[in-house]
Design a protein. Structure first.
Lengths: 110, 113
């Protein structure tokens, strides 16, 4: 089954403790992207990747890092999480268009 | 800067009626526009894509129009059902697909039985 898998689905952690949210797709898509979704602000793009070793900033990249060492994986790294990064995060992948989204990761930073 | 506007308030309609959702954009010339559906706590799911040279696109009970002069897309759901209740997002996009993508904030549709 074609899918985008995110882990973990839920995470409560504390300020400053590094965390990684993994994203994996099994559709051989070149394009992958991370979004955060907050009430009233909608989906905002954090980073995207057009292919292996090619990444670029979206609208809200501050405080986040990404890497694309393999085509199928696109982890989102929060080196020093802060409470304003509490949000619902989505990973997506596509070949051209449209985008296929994961089921989301709800992060709470205390 | 680029701006995408959707009906910010929820839209409530009676079952069986046609729902019409609006997506307006400014400072932008998209080559195509996508519509997605999002259920609470779930990722968006792609519904329809319409290109700039297409005036209208249909898929079952769904219809999308794209007016590049007005910089507007309309999304219609005919014979609406309670199962259509969800948030609908528009995403104007440039060619190629390998670009930064911006979504509208979405319109929450509630179909009342």
């Amino acid at each position: 089954e074609a899918q985008v898998t995110q882990n973990p689905r839920y995470l409560i952690t504390v300020t400053g403790k590094k965390l990684t949210v993994t994203c994996s797709q099994n559709m051989n898509h070149e394009y992958m992207s991370w979004y955060r979704q907050d009430p009233g602000l909608g989906l905002r793009q954090i980073y995207y990747s057009m292919n292996v070793e090619v990444t670029d900033k979206g609208d809200v990249p501050e405080g986040y890092k990404v890497s694309r060492k393999e085509k199928r994986n696109f982890p989102l790294i929060l080196e020093s999480p802060s409470p304003n990064q509490t949000s619902l995060y989505f990973c997506a992948s596509s070949y051209n268009q449209p985008q296929h989204f994961g089921d989301g990761t709800r992060l709470s930073i205390l | 800067s680029q701006k995408i506007e959707q009906n910010s308030e929820a839209l409530n309609i009676q079952e069986g009626k046609t729902a019409t959702l609006t997506c307006n954009y400014t400072n932008y010339s998209p080559a195509y526009l996508q519509w997605y559906r999002q259920d609470p706590g779930r990722g968006p799911v792609f519904l329809l894509l319409i290109r700039e040279n297409e005036k209208e696109k249909r898929k079952e009970r769904l219809k999308v129009t794209f007016d590049t002069t007005l910089k507007q897309s309309l999304f219609h759901i005919t014979a609406s059902q309670p199962a259509d209740s969800a948030t609908y997002l528009c995403a104007p996009s440039k060619l190629g697909g390998y670009q930064k993508v911006t979504f509208g904030t979405g319109t929450k549709l509630q179909v009342i039985p």
